[in-house]
Structures are given as structure tokens and as C-alpha cells.
Design a protein around this ligand. Structure first.
Ligand code: PMP
Length: 401
């Protein structure tokens, strides 16, 4: 079959100016395409590259057990759910995943959505309305920010990143609100630091606020067997709503809201991503279930992830590029977006893929290359990455001392 391309009108030409502007500001991004599986070593533009940008923390994206479960579910149940969940799209396997997740997260009930992004869209708008206030950490993920925008008649307030005195002031300012929701990332994706959850929980108790944590980067990384940030701090039962993703450490795709039976029921009735968008095909659901089984049985991969993280950070410190983070997310902050793009480009020339993160994802003067450590990196791959940083760090004058 030959594809036909019809000549385009010029009505979208105004976009070209905007693209040029992005290029001039060093903010222009392209999609990097790789061949084969998501792994520590990938093929990009015909070259072997070490992948230091993936959220495939535990290497589960191509684990044989997940692949096997996925194929089996496809053979038995087909490739599509066929309708949104409230019509006739809820297959037995969808509920089986939700039950397994609830057990794993040690909460009453969970609801699975298409992604972590849509899980935030499902969790926040149904429970916040006129007279309520959502209080959000300044560095929360875009999907939280967008979900808050979708609330109707709700006041929005922001506290400076992880500043507990400021959070308390904001709580006091809104003492007359009907309901208060404090929402925070569990692990902040750009800096790799962990939310001060024990303090947030005690402030919430004092000021009668609901607490919600988006644990996209904590799931599979923190806590016993990767149960997440709540488990890491021993706060089970004290955080009201946990959002997680299965698209990162769990290797496949999907988001969930872990909370109470009532929260699940309300979302089934009011959450627009559930009401108006079809759920996962069985292949994805089965892969997620296999990932949870693996994590529950054995934490060897999580131990490896943390071993690798400590090894990498020690190496970076020894070359004069200390990483200020508490998790496998390792930001190498260099300042301007131009510098970050240059560092990322040079790393790629040396066979290391570390993505530049620039404005508006991070502040304009805090552009960085973000290195993400996975359990599947070998020691020699970690060494090669550190050596590349040392070489380019000297060239670009980035090394301290
Ligand atoms: N929340 C946070 C904190 C995230 O980092 C991400 C992914 N970048 C998401 C939500 C969205 O998750 P997903 O990719 O599953 O949509």
C-alpha cells in the first residue's frame, strides 16, 4: 500500500515561529528513538548507548515473567477491553489487579487508571469543590497541577518546596475552608528528594486536612519490597490517598489510586478518566500483576537498585560532582539550559544517554542532566558513566575542587 500525503494548508504555519523561538531559547526537544527493548544498553541511531534516563528502575520492562504473563493473558482474554469500565469494559482481570494492589499497598481498596497522569485526574476533581482548598507543594508533578486545575470552585494554594513552616501558614490561612487537601509528590522527580511526609501528616492532623501523595517515583523504589514512601516512613493508615504508577518501576503501564472503599466508589461514579476512557488491555493488566508478585516475593532487585545508586553517587562525589538527592534519581545541575543541553550532547557522543531537563520542567537557572540509576546497570556500565562525566566535566569546567 502506498501512503498518500495531501498538501497541507498554511493555517498552522504560525507554529513554525513558535518552534524557532524554542530553538533560539535552547528549549527545543526532539524525540529520541531507540531500537529493541528498554534496557541498560540500547541501540540509538545505529550506536550502542548506555541508558541512564529510564524509569525502568527494576528492569521489569522486559522481565521474562511479565512477558509470559502478558502473552498468556492476550491468548486467553484478547487484546482489548472493548468499552469504558462503567459500560462493559471491566474484565475480571481488572478487578483482580486492584485486589492484588490493595493487598500490596496495605490499604482498603484501589482503582487502576490508564496512567499515573490520569490517576491524578481521577483522584482530585471528584473530591474537591466549592469552598474547598487544595494545598500543593511548589514542585509537584504536572499531572497534579493539571488535576487541580480541573477542580471547580476550589481555591488553589502553593507552599514553597518542602517548607513545613510555610505549609503550616497556608493551612492557617485557610482555616475556614470546608475541606483542605494537602497534595505532594512522594519522591520529587526532578530533584530526587523525598517529601517530609511525617511532618506533613502531623500538620494535617493538627489542621484537619486530607493528605494525598503521588508516589510515582517511590513505588517499587522505597519501603519494604518497594511498597513506597508511606511504607518507608511507617505511615500506613495516616495518608488518605496514594497515587502510584505502574509505568516506571513496575515495568509496564498504568496508574492507581490506593485509598478507601468510599474513595474508590466515588471515583467509579465521578472520575472522568474512568468514565470516559477505556481501561488497559489484559496484556498490560497481567504484566502489572506479575510485577507485583515478583516484588512481593523477593526484594533482590530493589536491593540491587540501591546498591547501584550508592555506588554511582560515591563515584560522582569522588570526581567532584556530588549528587544532592535521596533516591536513584540523580540530578547533575549545571545552570543554564544551554549548558545542560551541551552536557547531554557530549555525554551522548561518549555513548551515555542522560537527558537534559530544562525550563519549563525545571527553573530556568536550574537546568540539569538527570541520571536515573536502574537495578540492571552493571558495575562497569556505572563506571563508564562516571568516567564520561569526569571527562566532560573537565571540558565544561563543571567539577568542584
Ligand atoms: N506523577 C509523577 C510524580 C510522575 O513523575 C509521573 C511520570 N513522569 C506521573 C505522575 C505520570 O505517570 P505515568 O507516566 O504513569 O502517566
Amino acid at each position: 500500500m502506498t501512503a498518500t500525503t495531501h498538501p497541507a494548508s498554511n493555517r498552522l504555519d504560525f507554529l513554525k515561529e513558535e518552534i524557532q523561538h524554542l530553538k533560539d531559547e535552547h528549549l527545543y526537544q526532539t524525540l529520541k528513538v531507540f531500537e529493541g527493548q528498554q534496557d541498560a544498553e540500547i541501540t540509538m541511531d545505529g550506536r550502542q548507548i548506555l541508558n541512564f534516563s529510564s524509569n525502568n528502575y527494576l528492569g521489569l520492562a522486559n522481565h521474562p515473567k511479565l512477558i509470559e504473563a502478558s502473552i498468556k493473558a492476550t491468548q486467553e482474554l484478547g487484546v482489548g477491553a472493548g468499552a469504558v469500565r462503567t459500560i462493559i469494559g471491566t474484565m475480571r482481570i481488572h478487578e483482580a489487579l486492584e485486589e492484588k494492589l490493595a493487598q500490596f499497598k496495605q490499604c482498603e481498596a484501589t482503582l487502576v487508571l490508564q496512567s499515573g497522569f490520569t490517576a491524578n485526574m481521577a483522584a482530585i476533581p471528584p473530591i474537591m469543590g466549592e469552598g474547598d482548598v487544595v494545598i500543593s507543594d511548589q514542585l509537584n508533578h504536572a499531572s497534579i497541577i493539571d488535576a487541580v486545575r480541573l477542580t471547580r470552585g476550589t481555591t488553589k494554594d502553593i507552599f514553597p518546596h518542602s517548607d513545613m513552616n510555610a505549609l503550616e501558614s497556608v493551612l492557617k490561612k485557610h482555616k475556614n475552608a470546608r475541606r483542605k487537601l494537602i497534595v505532594t509528590d512522594g519522591v520529587f522527580s526532578m530533584d530526587g528528594d523525598i517529601a517530609k511526609l511525617p511532618d506533613i501528616v502531623s500538620l494535617a492532623e493538627k489542621h484537619n486536612a486530607i493528605v494525598m501523595v503521588d508516589d510515582a517515583h517511590g513505588s517499587g523504589v522505597l519501603g519494604s519490597h518497594g511498597r513506597g514512601t508511606v511504607d518507608h516512613f511507617g505511615l500506613h493508615g495516616q495518608v488518605d490517598i496514594v497515587v502510584g504508577t505502574m509505568s516506571k518501576a513496575l515495568g509496564s503501564m498504568g496508574g492507581y489510586v490506593a485509598s478507601t472503599h468510599a474513595m474508590r466508589e466515588i471515583m467509579i461514579n465521578k472520575a472522568r478518566p474512568l468514565l470516559f476512557s477505556t481501561p488497559h488491555p489484559p496484556a498490560v493488566v497481567a504484566a502489572c500483576m506479575a510485577a507485583i508478585d515478583l516484588m512481593a516475593q523477593d526484594d533482590a532487585l530493589i536491593q540491587k537498585l540501591w546498591y547501584n545508586t550508592r555506588y554511582f553517587k560515591a563515584g560522582m562525589k569522588s570526581i567532584g560532582l556530588p549528587i544532592d538527592s535521596e533516591t536513584p534519581l540523580c540530578p547533575v545541575i549545571v545552570g543554564t539550559s544551554e549548558k545542560a543541553q551541551k552536557l547531554s550532547q557530549r555525554l551522548l557522543e561518549e555513548g551515555i544517554y542522560g537527558r537534559a531537563i530544562v525550563f519549563p520542567t525545571v527553573a530556568a537557572d536550574k537546568a540539569r542532566v538527570r541520571v536515573i540509576i536502574n537495578a540492571c546497570h552493571t558495575q562497569s556500565q556505572l563506571d563508564r558513566c562516571i568516567e564520561a562525566f569526569e571527562k566532560i566535566g573537565k571540558e565544561l569546567n563543571l567539577l568542584n575542587g
